[in-house]
Design a protein around this ligand. Structure first.
Ligand code: ZN
Ligand code: ZN
Ligand code: FE
Length: 749
């Protein structure tokens, strides 16, 4: 007989790991115990050597689907003489580095029970088991046990208790387990909200909500990480009403579909997209649209599609809700998603016609994640439900680091023992409510891992106007480290790949980031490595930005600044149709030099070309003109690139813009103009990479959300190109790069 102590780390709590250990212990005649602790799952195993070996092999080989083992540490132990194998109560040890499981979509076995008329949980909207259900969305504290979840208010009935206590049962120690008899349910409120009293409960509430959706109503539905606003995607009037009430003019809506077959009818799905759609994370998957819905995704050839992941969503479809629903985070435009009932009722009054409110509280807000299959694999464009708070990288330095990200598409990162956990998407910090959400997220993540800000290295952006930067400085950190925005972009790609030493040429192209010299950067080229730091070696030729940051909203304003460098006044006289009123005012500003700022932003270069191609109105969401231009280009046959020379460590946009102007005057199809521009950018990046003899080319920043640009770059550079995959290439990934650079001394200097 031998005895072993084993510690398993990774995502091993809340995924049925202890019952799994219990089962294999029984199979191999192993005695001892298993328990959840703050630093992983601990177990004590006693058996003959051969049995122990088989037990350990099975531990690795047969781990539950939702578990992700990071390490298994073994240590010989004294025999304790156990007669059986037991699951022990959890102990809380400090520091808790156990990874918290993200939320899991309801599993196939539970869906079968949901629709089996004789099942105890038939039609029960909170059905779950150890293989599925909410996790991060209900966890209030570690370790993950029922009293530490938002289910703590519900006492298990005798039948649920039997399942919960039976190691052979699928619901053994499933913390959110419940049934219609003992658990929470859904309640429908119409018109006046809760003040008007509930209209229906349970099955009846869901049936009525489905009927309201059929009739064209906008219904707020509580999900896993917050409320959604839903309406019939095929009902143009309902979609328009949703846009008007939400003050969301043109930004695409995601669609929730009844089943995979419906998804196939809407978008082109390869095997990779299909796997994403049906994965336990259930993200919104961007794919090329096969059909359009009026008002859902204007000027966009893609659709974002998601399958039902919460039981209540399956029940709505089964109750004959329209097969394709617009499903969007419940909030007023650009505010954080509402996740408490009170917040939903207050902030959605006047937007939602009815509330399908769930009684189970949500522990923290989590939007839906957004992913896309690209030439190098799956790229995450928004990390949230189903993915957060997974670790995305491992640093070589174990000092705890809190990285606060940027003010747009904010997300934060916490490095604990070297594992970098990235928070859910927080959003744009320009609203008061978003700043509150941001601070809540910081405190929540620190509390989860029992870290006090005063012990931390706090990394932040350099922009003095950023709320995240000001907040960072208000924290009593061990050390504050400012990390330049575009270096953080490049570093985020390398941190994902644990490429500490790799010498790269990095292209950080985006709309706005605070530069070393205090100007607005966004077309930056760096050389270096994570270990050595990054030197800015080239950039876009500076242009003027009349009106500063406000120019980001008006493509023609950016155009006036960029075209100022052309001194082509006669062209303007020949093509007045290209230049609306606002252009003349901005051009005057640019000429006078008053309130005109220098920028190297490729985002603004995109806006300029978009303006010349016809996007002369105001942008109603960030990146709109660039997205419009991309989708225009995707309709073109491949055409030759414009000239975009890389000389004297600068990309010169002047020949390119002169050619765009000439082509517009000559009446060339704008789709071709847009394509030639994309090809020019790709060729410019390739040329600069050659100049610096780069073996590795890193590309990061919001500009690289552009699928066409990435395709062209990948075609030219192949595996030499490194992109963000696990964190967004936009500012949502900045926090990871900040964390990596904050512990890299040369980069800090
Ligand atoms: Zn299940
Ligand atoms: Zn029950
Ligand atoms: Fe950026």
């Amino acid at each position: 007989m031998k005895a072993l102590r084993v510690r398993v780390t990774g995502i091993v709590q809340g995924v049925g790991f202890r019952p799994f250990v219990y089962r294999i212990a029984g199979r191999y005649g192993v005695t001892g115990w298993v328990l959840n602790a703050g630093d992983g799952v601990h177990l004590h195993a006693e058996a003959a050597e051969a049995q122990l070996d088989e037990f350990l092999a099975a531990l690795e080989r047969e781990a539950p689907a939702a578990a992700q083992i990071a390490s298994i540490a073994l240590e010989p132990a004294e025999r304790e003489g156990h007669a059986t194998f037991a699951i022990r109560e959890s102990v809380r040890a400090a520091p808790p580095v156990t990874r918290i499981s993200p939320d899991l979509a309801v599993c196939a076995a539970c869906v079968r029970e949901l629709f089996a008329p004789t099942d105890r949980r038939a039609a029960y909207p909170y059905i779950n088991c150890t293989d599925c259900g909410p996790r991060y969305g209900i966890i209030l504290d570690l370790p993950y046990d029922r009293p530490n979840t938002t289910m703590r208010a519900w006492e298990l009935c005798a039948a649920c208790r039997r399942e919960y206590d039976d190691p052979a049962d699928r619901r053994y120690h499933a913390q959110p387990v419940a049934c219609a008899k003992c658990g929470p349910t859904y309640v429908l409120y119409e018109s006046a909200g809760p003040a008007g009293g509930e209209t229906a409960r349970g099955t009846e509430a869901i049936a009525r909500a489905a009927a309201l959706l059929r009739a064209g109503a906008i219904v707020a539905v509580k999900g896993i990480g917050g409320y959604h606003l839903a309406c019939d995607a095929a009902n143009a009037a309902a979609v328009l009403a949703l846009r008007e009430r939400k003050f969301r003019k043109e930004r695409p809506f995601a669609l929730m579909v009844r089943d995979l077959a419906t998804a196939h009818a809407l978008v082109e799905l390869g095997s990779e997209e299909e796997a994403l759609l049906t994965s336990t994370a259930r993200p919104i998957v961007l794919a090329r649209a096969k059909r359009t819905f009026e008002g859902v995704a204007p000027d966009n050839d893609d659709l974002g599609v998601v399958l039902a992941y919460a039981p209540v969503q399956h029940l709505l479809f089964a109750a004959d809700a329209p097969p394709v629903l617009v499903l969007t985070s419940a909030n007023r435009s650009s505010e954080p998603i509402a996740y408490t009932d009170d917040d939903a009722f207050a902030s959605l009054a006047g937007i939602a016609d009815a509330f399908l409110a769930g009684e189970r509280p949500i522990a923290r807000r989590l939007d839906d994640s957004v992913v896309r299959a690209g030439p190098q694999g799956v790229a995450v464009l928004r990390r949230a439900r189903g993915l957060a708070p997974q670790a995305v990288a491992t640093l070589t330095v174990t000092a705890p680091v809190l990285a606060l990200g940027a003010d747009l598409k904010n997300a934060i990162a916490l490095s604990v023992g070297g594992a970098v956990f990235v928070s859910q998407h927080v959003g744009d910090l320009d609203h008061f409510a978003a700043r509150e959400a941001f601070e809540e997220t910081v405190h929540d993540l620190c509390r989860m891992y029992a870290l006090d800000p005063s012990e931390l290295i706090v990394a932040h952006d350099l922009h003095p106007g950023y709320h995240s930067m000001q907040f960072a400085q208000s924290l009593p950190a061990r050390l504050h480290v400012g990390v330049q925005h575009h270096r953080a972009h490049v570093a985020s790609v390398l941190a994902e790949r644990a490429a500490w030493e790799a010498e790269v040429v990095g292209f950080a192209f985006d709309g706005t980031g605070y530069g070393d010299d205090g100007t607005i950067w966004g077309g930056e080229v760096f050389r270096g490595s994570l270990a050595r730091g990054f030197e800015r070696v080239a950039h876009l030729r500076p242009a003027l930005l009349p009106g500063g940051d406000a120019a980001a909203r008006f493509p023609v304003q950016a155009a006036a600044g960029f075209l100022h460098a052309l001194a082509a006044d006669d062209t303007f006289a020949r093509a007045p149709f290209l230049f609306p009123e606002r252009y003349a005012q901005a051009a005057t500003l640019a000429r006078s030099g008053l309130r005109a700022f220098a920028t190297t932003s490729v985002g603004r270069l995109f806006d300029t070309v978009a303006a010349l191609a016809g996007f002369t109105r105001e942008q109603t969401f960030e990146g709109q003109a660039a997205t419009w231009l991309e989708h225009l280009a995707r309709r073109s046959v491949p055409v030759a690139a414009y000239l975009f020379p890389f000389e004297d460590r600068q990309f010169d946009y002047r020949p390119l813009l002169a050619a765009v102007l000439a082509d517009r005057i000559a009446g060339r199809p704008v789709a071709q103009i847009a394509y030639a521009f994309h090809a020019a950018l790709a060729a410019g990046i390739v040329a600069a990479s050659e100049t610096f003899a780069a073996e590795r080319v890193v590309a990061s920043g919001g500009v690289f959300q552009n699928a066409l640009l990435v395709e062209l770059l990948h075609a030219a550079l192949g595996e030499r190109l490194w992109l963000n995959l696990r964190v967004p290439t936009n500012d949502g990934g900045i926090c990871l790069g900040q964390a990596a650079l904050a512990v890299s001394p040369p980069a800090r200097a």
